[in-house]
Design a binder for this molecule. Structure first.
Ligand SMILES: Cc1cc2nc3c(=O)[nH]c(=O)nc-3n(C[C@H](O)[C@H](O)[C@H](O)COP(=O)(O)OP(=O)(O)OC[C@H]3O[C@@H](n4cnc5c(N)ncnc54)[C@H](O)[C@@H]3O)c2cc1C
Length: 391
């Protein structure tokens, strides 16, 4: 056997799982990535941090992860990477009751969150146009991080605890023996020859690239790709986004960047079926409609210049929640994919919960049974009690 656990993918999810397995003393762990740590969608992430979700286990994962981000130097021995600018969630008019119910649920689960009106938004986020806002949620601890940095920190900490890592090692297929995954087949890369690696458990954390690997074990994953664009605007310091914000009215999200000298604006939705291997940068033409939409919320951006933009691809499931755990009828494999645009802020706790499926749950780890991959075949997709119209 090459290892007790093989993790395919050194993005933020694979790295978090490797780190937590090392803490749990789960034996030999080997991480394989076709490129380098964080080089997939993690480095293109807008990396917003918020507790505002409509389904309780999502909130639990966000709250637990946020505590880990807060304890970063003690946890991984690296400087903290989260900027706590505060976070505002603006919902469409008519959705106040759902917002209030969700904030109450989040507070009960340990989130610092409150409902504020338009005047409250003006106070916490000066510069936002608020005339069309009925109410919003405010999280003083919200903000943003950096996906590549977090993936790198977690992997470095895992390696310091004995986890082995092989970058530039593409996995071509999952190896099966009857109804069990027993390892992976790697492809040739540079000087490295193709080969086989065997393990008691394989964790598939290859993000948007997971479905083709699952197909090699005869599994069709309910995951579709969705293209998203993110614009970066430069302006005078302090004249852009004052906080991190998700705004259902303009269908954009935004946050400060570069210490307030820039603003990042992202799209809510995008076309399905995108190829995750094409095009990282977005054209001005693609970005203009997105920036125009955000202008009505941040009027000062009218004087800002678009200095760049990226495209990224979400791995969307039918209920827009991740697939976490074992597949029915196929032993030896744990799936961690389909994050549907939410993987950054929950990654540290997801890694802990997945490690718990292998090594036994850690104290206070989040139960991720609700995200079991088999829920769609059971006819039980996740349904939040108080969803928003654009959830
Ligand atoms: C534009 C954009 C904005 C986002 N904004 C936010 C946000 O604001 N907040 C938030 O919480 N989340 C956000 N997300 C989502 C979040 O970034 C992702 O859910 C998260 O980064 C996914 O991490 P991952 O480890 O699953 O995947 P990835 O980071 O993509 O890692 C997968 C790894 O697998 C490797 N790999 C792929 N195929 C193979 C193979 N065959 N063999 C070996 N290795 C392989 C890749 O090289 C890669 O390193 C955003 C995503 C995008 C694209």
């Amino acid at each position: 056997m090459s290892a007790d656990v093989i993790i395919v993918g050194a993005g933020i999810i694979g790295a978090a799982t490797a780190f937590q397995l090392s803490l749990a003393g789960a034996g030999e762990v080997l991480v394989l990535d076709r490129a380098t740590a964080g080089s997939g969608m993690s480095c293109r992430s807008s990396a917003l941090i918020r507790m505002h979700y409509t389904f309780a286990p999502e909130v639990e994962l966000a709250v637990r992860s946020d505590a880990m981000f807060g304890a970063w130097p003690d946890l991984v021995g690296r400087p903290g990477c989260v900027r706590r600018t505060g976070f505002v969630r603006i919902v469409r008019p008519g959705e106040e009751a759902a917002l209030r119910a969700n904030v109450a649920m989040q507070r009960a689960l340990g989130a610092r969150a409150e409902v504020i009106d338009a005047a409250g938004v003006k106070e916490v986020a000066p510069g936002l146009w608020t005339d069309d806002i009925e109410c919003a949620a405010w999280e003083p601890d919200g903000g943003y991080g950096d996906g590549a940095v977090v993936a790198g920190d977690l992997l470095a900490a895992a390696r310091a605890r004995g986890v082995r890592y092989r970058p530039n090692t593409p996995v071509r297929s999952l190896l099966t023996d009857g109804d069990r995954v027993i390892g992976v087949e790697t492809g040739e890369h540079g000087a490295a020859p193709a080969g086989r690696e065997y393990a008691g458990t394989v964790v598939l954390a290859a993000g948007v690239w997971s479905p083709p690997l699952l197909r090699t074990a005869g599994v069709t994953a309910p995951i579709e790709t969705e293209l998203h664009r993110v614009a970066l605007l430069a302006h005078r310091a302090g004249e852009g986004a004052p906080v991190a914000c998700i705004d259902s009215v303009t269908a954009t999200y935004f946050r400060p960047e570069a210490g307030g000298a820039m603003t990042l604006v992202g799209s809510f939705a995008g076309p399905r079926g995108a190829d995750p291997d094409t095009g990282v940068s977005a054209t001005q033409e693609d970005l203009v409609p997105l920036v125009r939409a955000a202008l009505s919320r941040i009027p000062s951006l009218a004087d800002a210049g678009i200095v760049g933009g990226v495209t990224g691809v979400y791995d969307m499931t039918p209920d827009a929640r991740p697939l976490l755990g074992r597949l029915p009828g196929l032993d030896g494999l744990i799936v961690a994919a389909g994050f549907s645009g939410m993987g950054f802020k929950i990654a540290p706790a997801v890694g802990e919960s997945l490690a718990g499926l292998i090594a036994g749950p850690a104290r206070d780890s989040v139960d991720v049974t609700a995200f079991r991959p088999g829920r769609f075949a059971e006819g039980k997709p996740i349904q939040a009690p108080n969803p928003y119209s654009d959830d």
